[in-house]
Design a protein around this ligand. Sequence first.
Ligand SMILES: Cc1cc2nc3c(=O)[nH]c(=O)nc-3n(C[C@H](O)[C@H](O)[C@H](O)COP(=O)(O)OP(=O)(O)OC[C@H]3O[C@@H](n4cnc5c(N)ncnc54)[C@H](O)[C@@H]3O)c2cc1C
Length: 332
Amino acid sequence: MTRGSRLAVVGAGIAGLACACTLRDAGARVVVFEREPCPGGRAATLIDGAGPYDHGAQYFTAGDARFIAALKRWQSAGIVQRWSGRILAFEDGSMRDKTDSAERFVGVPGMRRLGVRMAEGLDVRYSTPVARLRRAADGWHLHGEGQEEGSLGPFDAVLLAVPSPVAASLLAGLTSLAEVAASVNWDPCWAATMALAQRSGAGFDGAFVNDDPILGWVALDSAKPRRGQVDGVAERWVLHARPQWSQRYGELHQQDVAHWLVRSLAARLRRNLAPLQARAFRWPHATPVNPLPQPFLWDEGRRLGTAGDWCGGPRIEGAYLSGLSLAEAVLR
Ligand SMILES: Cc1cc2nc3c(=O)[nH]c(=O)nc-3n(C[C@H](O)[C@H](O)[C@H](O)COP(=O)(O)OP(=O)(O)OC[C@H]3O[C@@H](n4cnc5c(N)ncnc54)[C@H](O)[C@@H]3O)c2cc1C
């Protein structure tokens, strides 16, 4: 890549933003295209009348020195704090304390803040889903859904930081990377948000629920650091269904999903929960089941690449390192 190269990154999740920031810092002209109206992808925060909820990624951990460096920068900027809440694991009818099993961090005032911070100073085109890539004499052109006339481009390279089914569909017929991307399978996840007027008295801040047919994870989201408070709302919870249940009941109505998740938590706490409101949200591509061992895919000849948590590791740290590694490969 030469200084001033024009590069397109598709997807403003953690992987795409890590990739775009690294390329921009090396002197490339980078444009990021994002389907949604905001950055962050699955590191998301949903805000409603009861306040903010992290309905996707719950927290992150850091092991690799390159990601620890990013974490330190985010801590200095005041957009990440350690979450030292009490974390339990429910297993075979018993309860284990997992609070000290990892050092957990969250974005403040919500997980979405990571993406918002990373997108600062980047040229990000929001609400711009990319549906097709086309190679022309002057380089790559990007098209939206049903947009045959007019395109975005030209670009010297296109880097896809989207879930693998989207990448496979965009790359089909253009590079053999499409088949590699298509080999990754995903679990969906039904998530519910719940606001309570009274304290639940749960006695924990987060829990892995390993012995329930419906629930997989629950978090007292309002107890995370620096979450906003709303009058009349004592607690805000996020409830995640197990992958198998989310798969099996993919077609269930959102209200029914919320009902079943709240009911399962009430049974677990042995309390009658009467939510002020409870809503469900479906992540169709929540977790890659068989992520690739390599941290990115790069077709040097075609100048097409992919990054994301399905390359390397299904977590925020994996997504970040994947985006960074792809950018480094493009720069070599
Ligand atoms: C319910 C749930 C709980 C999780 N819990 C944790 C956790 O506790 N800890 C942890 O570390 N990780 C957790 N994760 C995983 C973590 O969120 C992901 O690993 C990470 O955020 C993935 O980042 P990414 O950039 O690879 O992908 P994404 O975040 O999916 O970003 C991809 C982006 O591409 C955009 N996009 C898609 N298609 C197009 C298109 N055609 N055109 C333009 N843009 C497009 C999307 O809108 C999105 O913004 C969780 C995920 C979920 C869903």
